[in-house]
Design a protein around this ligand. Structure first.
Ligand code: AKG
Ligand code: FE2
Length: 206
């Protein structure tokens, strides 16, 4: 949760980034997740996010228009050996998540980025963290913007924080407030509530 940090704020408002986000996710796009990761050299094990699409909580088939536009900005650039993010070229055409078999077998290509540059993809494109095979760490700013629609018009998050109200309210109120969903559940540690992530991804497909 890095928005509000002055260096990050300056980066994510660079005119080129804003223009690309707007082109991809539409005018009025909103910051979705602005986070940082540090990827160390792999000691044989896979560290990172396996093949997925950032449209993960949208029902499938994903819409033809893009809803989530993600940039990865590596502080020192990223080559394949340094663990560059990898994409499955053309995978956006499936308009769905990869199956477990596809996640294990799909051929991916590294998005190599020079220092000062960034990589960007749309929400239906399958991608994964690369494997760092050289010493040092890959430090990346992950910043995604989302299309503006389907957000609640009225903000009831104050009710979600009101334990006495929730305890006395009819059972269905928690559902209407999104109490079990991952939106807003990411703490200052940058980790969204895993139970809420799992539940959100499951109910989103029903
Ligand atoms: O760690 C990476 O290279 C990919 C991260 C990712 O999936 C994302 O930022 O959406
Ligand atoms: Fe992703």
């Amino acid at each position: 949760m890095l928005l509000g940090n002055s260096a990050v704020d300056r980066v994510v408002t660079l005119p080129k980034l804003l223009a690309m986000w707007e082109f991809s996710a539409g005018k009025g796009m909103r910051a979705g997740t602005i986070s940082g990761t540090v990827l160390p050299r792999s000691e044989g094990e896979y560290i990172g996010v396996p093949l997925h699409a950032d449209h993960a909580w949208l029902p499938q088939p994903f819409p033809e228009h893009n809803c989530v536009a993600t940039i990865c900005l590596p502080c020192e650039g990223m080559t394949e050996a340094e663990g560059a993010t990898r994409v499955a070229l053309g995978s956006h055409r499936h308009r769905r998540l990869p199956s477990p078999a596809e996640a294990a077998q799909t051929k991916t290509s590294p998005l190599e980025v020079p220092k000062g540059g960034f990589a960007m993809w749309a929400g239906s494109t399958w991608h994964e963290t690369g494997v760092r095979t050289v010493p040092g760490v890959r430090t990346v700013l992950h910043a995604s913007c989302q299309r503006l629609y389907t957000q609640p018009v009225q903000d009831y998050t104050h009710l979600l924080r009101d334990e006495a109200y929730l305890a006395a309210a009819p059972e269905g109120i928690g559902g209407l407030l999104g109490a079990d969903l991952f939106f807003g559940s990411e703490s200052s540690t940058g980790i969204a509530d895993p139970e809420k992530v799992a539940k959100t991804l499951l109910v989103a497909q029903q």
